[in-house]
Design a protein around this ligand. Structure first.
Ligand code: ZN
Length: 116
């Protein structure tokens, strides 16, 4: 049986998109993140402790994303891919991770990663 959990949170960070006419200058966002995790419930009654998801996102808080993430440029798309990869790497019992990253405003990027 597959069960899912969802965690939502925020972090503040700076970034820039090199060469972009508007986003090429360093600026900040309050990023909103939604992480949905599907998998098998473990003996402790959890798929993943919510704190583990919070910790993944917390490492970006009050940082310059251009200096700490390997998938550059640090767009919402690349951030959602990176977070989804980290969620799936928590354990083999996790079958799917769906991560939304809002940079603010009405738009977001979403990455879905399924263990095959
Ligand atoms: Zn930006």
């Amino acid at each position: 049986m597959n069960t899912s959990i969802t965690w939502e949170g925020k972090f503040d960070a700076a970034h820039h998109i090199p060469g972009h006419n508007k986003c090429g200058v360093v600026h900040g966002h309050t990023y909103r993140v939604r992480i949905r995790v599907e998998g098998t419930v473990q003996e402790d009654g959890m798929i993943v402790d919510f704190h583990e998801l919070k910790d993944i996102v917390r490492e970006y808080d009050h940082r310059d994303l251009n200096t700490i993430i390997s998938q550059n440029p640090p767009t919402a798309e690349n951030l959602s891919r990176l977070i989804a990869l980290k969620v799936l790497s928590i354990g083999l019992h996790i079958s799917r991770a769906v991560v939304r990253v809002h940079e603010g405003g009405d738009s977001y990027a979403e990455s879905e990663l399924v263990r095959t």
